[in-house]
Design a protein around this ligand. Sequence first.
Ligand code: GLN
Length: 194
Amino acid sequence: MRIAVLALQGAFIEHEQILEELGVECFEIRQKKDALVDFDGLIIPGGESTTQGKLLHELDIYDVLKSKIEAGMPVFGTCAGLILLAEKIANDDRKHFGTMKIEVVRNAYGRQLGSFDICEKFDNKDIPMVFIRAPYIKSVDSSCEILAVVDGKIVAARDKNHLVTSFHPELTSDTTVHEYFISMVNEYLNNKRG
Ligand code: GLN
């Protein structure tokens, strides 16, 4: 198993550290040639979605990654990564990959707090969650599985090959969410092998 981490901007190194800790091989996508190789899953980190979206086009990486996602390769988006995957952004005209059937609100979780930490359930297990100017998910398609809700707002969901969190699991020492993603990649590889 080989997982790519989009490394254009934001908190990508922390994702790599967790993957390494879990014994999963990973590499960075910084330019188009990195995106063209074979890999089994993609992590889109937190940071600033507008900047990442712009760089994806400027570096001509957008189409390559979008077609891999559309072909069913597992993708995990945290915070800005979630915004990049959303089909609709309620308070922004932009749309980036737009491959996941969710509507999100940017910079809108809670009371506009810059940053806060809490412990809440993800897939029925208590884990620490770090929110940094986070989005939340306003609505999901019926095919989506809701994995975490904080203050009545959806903050983690899965739909087929997509996993998204409003919070930053890579900024804690808990590896639950990454393990969940790795099991999605294993599922994908098993199906591929038939
Ligand atoms: N507010 C950022 C955005 O809209 C996301 C914040 C984050 O990734 N921590 O892109």
